[in-house]
Design a protein around this ligand. Structure first.
Ligand SMILES: *Cc1c(COP(=O)(O)O)cnc(C)c1O
Length: 382
């Protein structure tokens, strides 16, 4: 058994695993399950600070992103794709797949998207049906200020699709305050349930845009409208994965009881970054660090493969490399959800210290000791 310290999937608590083994009913025919599903959706909405409806879809995080794009896009529709990372850029594929025309707004990938820069761009170019944004672009750990960017886009009448799969609950997320039309989340990141479910919140504007379509949505599984009136009609579009949803509910009950999740993530994230920097290792980003994941460049003279293999084989801890343009270039420590606790992070930093020393990477401080010090300081709000 490895200790999972990756930016998703994350560690899963015992009560979540137990909930997945509860006895099952027929989720199509047992009316109580419609109440359970709806109450779980309402709990998610309240934890995301929104009056918008939430739908849980039977599929992994990517399904939420695809469903948002599929349900909004009609052939020829224009979408603005905000890109300062791999997931950001990736949205263009979903727009294209459903006949839309993406315009990439590509900016520096070492800093968050600047609201002033976007505002200047929007003054000249705002003929878009919707825009796509990524809250935390996980391959680089980039946190974008969706709280400022989405209201700007809405000012120009542009609907917003936000991927907060790897940020929500580790970072503050207030859907109504940020004016997000479609927010996408996943079970396997800070929520800390196993992979397999995604959920989407839908604003009134988003629903109206879907209702106004002249062409049908070119999907069934990625069509958010197939859930219309499911509760009144006691009819799900497809049989719901009941055990996955029992587990998800337990994970959200945990979050409901855990009142200082963002604060705990702030403290862990800050201490982790400060430790990496103090050791003379190179944080991958210049600014915009998400408190859910820390990303550093692979030190010269070694390789991502060497570091990850040693961590796994010698210390029983799985960290992540990255992919696409960052393949082999960085190491990622995922400290979101159940991973975001001092004992696991201390063990990880200590193991990373031993791993890097064994690979002859020079370091200015001992990672385990410095992490402990910085973590204690972060408590005092320093
Ligand atoms: C994890 C994640 C998803 C879901 O995708 P998988 O890589 O298939 O798990 C979507 N968006 C972001 C930003 C993610 O971090």
């Amino acid at each position: 058994m490895y200790k999972i310290m990756t930016p998703g999937p994350t560690q899963v608590k015992e009560n979540v695993r137990m909930a997945r083994s509860l006895s099952c009913t027929n989720p199509d025919l047992d009316e109580d399950f419609y109440d359970f599903y709806k109450e779980t959706c309402e709990l998610i909405s309240s934890l995301l600070h929104t009056r918008n409806e939430t739908l849980i879809l039977g599929g992994e995080g990517i399904l939420g992103l695809e469903a948002a794009c599929a349900s909004l896009t009609e052939p020829g529709d224009k979408a603005l794709v905000l890109d300062n990372g791999i997931f950001g850029k990736g949205f263009a594929d979903f727009v294209t797949m459903y006949g839309g025309i993406p315009t990439l707004y590509t900016v520096d990938d070492k800093n968050p998207i600047d609201p002033a820069g976007l505002e200047a761009y929007l003054k000249e170019h705002h003929d878009f049906k919707y825009a796509t944004l990524v809250h935390c672009d996980t391959p680089s750990g980039m946190l974008n200020p969706v709280d400022l960017l989405c209201p700007l886009l809405k000012k120009y009448g542009i609907l917003t699709v936000v991927d907060s799969v790897s940020a929500m609950f580790g970072q503050e997320m207030r859907v109504d305050d940020y004016q997000i039309d479609l927010l996408c989340g996943g079970s396997q990141k800070a929520v800390s349930a196993p992979p397999g479910l995604t959920f989407v919140t839908l604003s009134q504007d988003a629903k109206e845009a879907m209702d106004r379509r002249k062409t049908p949505i070119a999907s069934f599984y990625a069509n958010l409208k197939v859930f219309d009136n499911y509760y009144e009609n006691k009819w799900f579009p497809y049989t719901m994965p009941i055990s996955d949803i029992y587990g998800l509910r337990a994970a959200f009950d945990n979050i409901f009881r855990d009142k200082d999740m963002p604060e705990r993530h702030r403290r862990i994230g800050k201490a982790c970054r400060e430790t990496i920097a103090a050791a003379g290792l190179s944080l991958h980003l210049n600014s915009g660090f998400s408190n859910t994941v820390t990303v550093f460049d692979v030190p010269i003279g070694t390789s991502a493969r060497d570091i990850l293999d040693t961590m796994k084989k010698e210390h029983g801890i799985i960290l992540a490399g990255s992919f696409d343009t960052l393949a082999g270039a960085v190491i990622r420590i995922g400290h979101m959800g159940e991973n975001a606790n001092f004992p696991d992070m201390y063990e990880t930093m200590k193991a990373l210290e031993r791993t890097l020393l064994s690979l002859r990477v020079p370091m200015k401080v001992a990672l385990g000791k410095t992490f402990t010090e910085r973590y204690m300081e972060a408590d005092k709000g320093l």
